[in-house]
Write a protein that binds this ligand. Sequence first.
Ligand SMILES: [Fe+2]
Length: 200
Amino acid sequence: MSVFSIHSATFPSSHAALSLAAQAGEVIHDHAEIARRLAALGVRFERWQAAAPLPVNADAQTVLAAYREPLAALKAEYGFQSVDVIRVQAGHPDQETLRQKFLAEHTHNDFEVRFFVEGRGLFYLHVGETVFALLCEQGDLVSVPANTSHWFDMGETPDFTCIRLFTREDGWAAEFSGDPLPASFPSLEGYAAAVSALRR
Ligand SMILES: [Fe+2]
């Protein structure tokens, strides 16, 4: 289930961050409400359905065909030049390098658009003195605006397949801020466990 939560960037304890957010009513599970909150940050958040059931580990062509219609609409709206499919599962040869790279706070000079075909991933957006956590699951489309500080955790045992869209053929580069903030926030596994504990 997708989850969105709001945290102070200056709060020092990762373990208490979620319960504090929950006390303030700022752990949100309702998709429409998450979308509304994110829209205020310039983030697009939607649910997409595959046109036909997708086999597990479908190849890129099959994945793109299953989402042809919403992809075509998004391409027409934003002029995306390229689309690819990235799959990272436990045992991927570059999993730790890939994980560490995007765990560091960074920005892009173009927006970052991801659709979760399978699996899940945790985005953190850092805006002013606030950190917004967004746990995405299968079926979620998210766009992080250009120049918005963020980081992404695929987890210690990554398992996701995403469609990525780029407005340039050469994709985008990440600008790293060097801010140590990500270390103060839960990993994907820690966040998911804390959210489940809150719901019990
Ligand atoms: Fe990014």
